[in-house]
Design a protein around this ligand. Structure first.
Ligand code: UDP
Ligand code: MN
Length: 598
């Protein structure tokens, strides 16, 4: 018995020592591995078949506060033009090159020269971000910034903000990819400046104009860190921008993370928020659009949320995953469509994409594009068609329906892209639409539904009176007039209840809008926004009511004064009943499944 116990104790001791040593060994090995090696994910996780990094990191999920409080304090004391992201102005004496520089940049570049390249920007993150901790072990980063004729100080401000606001041991290098710029400083003066002031930053000069897509690829090929971060050449990284971008990638390398993009105002360089987040999307002409956050996302305002489509210019992706996806399609010319290509690939080929609210980067949205068209015909159309042909399956048709000339554009060879899709066994576009961009068709239907109803709106309490958009005073209040029987003069008495669930003057983008919460509220005409709310209308065929808003009130009128208003609904009221000339009963019956939801 005693011997048995002794054996057991010995055994227990031995095994716990083994466990302790294994864990210790693993920690030392891995933290070293993560921080100091150039080896990329593939080799690091041993061989061809990658082990998902989240399994590895589960051993070491210690989190730390990454804020550099000394730097935050120093920056908070800075004063001068544009400091703290405040709007700045040129005085008379500084104004002489305002026009000349505006013309070639599309923003107030003369003012940029007056603002320090290391100016402080305001910390406008959600306050929860300030106490958020991130994994202690994060992968290393190469920042890639393509530029074509970027203005001197905006380019340097980009590089400086990245260097200053990134933990030095995470930032391996910044590569400025000079896409054959013709401005004088772009070559030697730039190289000299970087060598003297920003040793982690170097310029890669391309021998010919390659366009932003191939310029990003050229930078990525030179990059040696574990994560690639792409930025535009007129951006400013904000406080603690890096850890929120890197953590989701450390947890799963098949992840792309985008920062929130703030606005650096093109005239004053004021730094402000664009909004507090939305999910990226597109319409069927391939205009970039945004979808609202999901209820789940709203509950966790500092957590990364899934986004179907990236805005395009600013994102982080693991080097390994980027190259598994073959980077960008090199057949995409100059710019346009690449954000769709990469987003589709990421989602359809087993990855995921997030927006990280606690990472913010300012971007100058130009007033206008100053660069001449490169004289290559409809290169954007060709790019779109390449992306559609390879990734969108039967959904490509919806694009071609709206832009029939795409069908005749020569896309060039797509063998390589289609081969990649086969090789990685990427999912069909239908899967993407059903699982990732599931709410896109409600806002941007592939085939636009018709109208729920159209024509004259006649009151049943006073059957000689019709709603008339011409009866409006200077506040654009809609009223009533004698119904016009002559079809040709119907312009002011012709309305559509569209699939956006708004009530429009037919053929115009002017909507019936009620914002007044009082008992009797006027109906005014306002440019349509397609976002329900004040412009949300429904027609109840049985009761003959026009219902307004989420907490519905009924369209009503005072026939004597020919006034129109909304009021709480009353089953017995005759003036609340309206005959809507033509209604599509089938569509109204399917109300819930068409357009925006209540
Ligand atoms: N760019 C480039 N080559 C080009 C066009 C653009 O390197 O042929 C760079 C440009 O300098 C910027 C980025 O690509 O850093 C995105 O272009 P831009 O900012 O003009 O696009 P926007 O933000 O206005 O959509
Ligand atoms: Mn830009």
């Amino acid at each position: 018995m005693k011997r048995n116990i002794r054996t057991l104790v010995k055994y227990l001791l031995l095994s716990s020592v083994t466990v302790v040593f294994t864990v210790l060994f693993y920690r030392i090995f891995k933290s070293k591995d993560f921080r100091y090696t150039d080896v990329q994910f593939g080799a690091k996780y041993g061989g061809v078949e990658p082990v998902a990094p989240q399994n590895v990191l589960a051993f070491d999920n210690e989190k730390i506060d990454w804020h550099d409080y000394d730097q935050i304090k120093q920056e908070s004391m800075r004063t001068g033009p544009g400091e703290q992201g405040k709007a700045a102005y040129l005085n008379q004496a500084e104004n002489h090159n305002y026009d000349a520089l505006y013309k070639v940049n599309g923003f107030n570049a003369a003012l940029s020269d007056k603002i320090a390249v290391d100016r402080a920007v305001p910390d406008i993150r959600h306050k929860g971000c300030k106490s958020k901790k991130y994994l202690k072990n994060l992968p290393s980063v190469s920042v890639i910034v393509p530029f074509h004729n970027e203005h001197w100080t905006t380019l340097l401000r980009t590089a400086t903000s990245v260097v200053n606001r990134s933990p030095p041991h995470l930032l391996k290098e910044v590569i400025l990819v000079d896409d054959f710029s013709s401005k004088e400083f772009s070559r030697k003066p730039l190289d000299d400046y970087l060598a003297a002031n920003l040793t982690k930053v170097r310029a890669l000069h391309l021998p010919e104009r390659s366009g932003l897509i191939r310029a990003r690829l050229a930078g990525a090929r030179e990059a040696t860190a574990e994560v690639l971060i792409f930025l535009d050449s007129h951006t400013e990284a904000n406080v603690n921008w890096l850890p929120p971008l890197l953590e989701p990638i450390a947890q799963d390398y098949k992840t792309c993370v985008c920062p929130f993009i703030d606005v650096v105002q093109y005239e004053t360089f004021e730094y402000r928020a664009q909004d507090e987040g939305a999910r990226g999307a597109f319409d069927w002409e391939f205009f970039y659009k945004r979808l609202p956050l999901l209820p789940e996302d709203l509950k966790h305002p500092t957590e990364p949320f899934k986004s179907p489509i990236m805005a395009g210019g600013l994102f982080a992706i693991s080097t390994k995953f980027f190259w598994e996806l073959d980077g960008y399609d090199e057949g995409l010319d100059i710019w346009g469509g690449e954000q769709y290509e990469l987003s589709f690939k990421i989602w359809q080929c087993g990855g995921q994409m997030y927006d990280a609210p606690c990472s913010r980067v300012g971007h100058i949205y130009r007033k206008y594009a100053p660069f001449p068209n490169p004289g290559k015909g409809d290169f954007v159309g060709r790019n779109y068609r390449r992306v559609a042909e390879v990734w969108m399956d039967e959904y490509a048709e919806y694009l071609y329906m709206r832009r029939p000339h795409y069908r005749n554009l020569d896309t060039g060879d797509l063998t390589k892209q289609k081969g990649l899709r086969d090789r990685l066994q990427c999912k069909p576009f239908k899967w993407f639409m059903k699982n990732v961009a599931f709410d896109l068709p409600l806002k941007y239907p592939p085939i636009e539904p018709g109208d729920f109803g159209v024509g004259e709106i006649r009151n049943l309490g006073a059957p000689e009176l019709c709603v008339d958009s011409g009866f409006k005073d200077k506040d654009q209040i809609v009223g009533l007039k004698e119904c016009v029987s002559d079809n040709k003069q119907r312009g002011e008495q012709n309305f559509t209840l569209t699939w956006h669930k708004d009530l429009r003057v037919k053929g115009k983008s002017m909507c019936f809008d009620v914002s007044d919460p009082n008992e009797k509220a006027d109906v005014v005409l306002y440019p349509c926004h397609g976002m329900k709310g004040n412009q949300y209308w429904r027609y109840d065929v049985e009761k003959q009511w026009f219902l307004h808003g989420g907490n519905p009130r009924c369209l009503d009128c005072d026939p004597g004064q020919k006034r129109l208003y909304v009021k709480s609904c009353d089953e017995h009221s005759k003036t609340q009943k309206w005959r809507f000339e033509n209604v599509n009963l089938t569509m109204i019956a399917d109300w819930e499944n068409i357009g925006v939801q209540e």
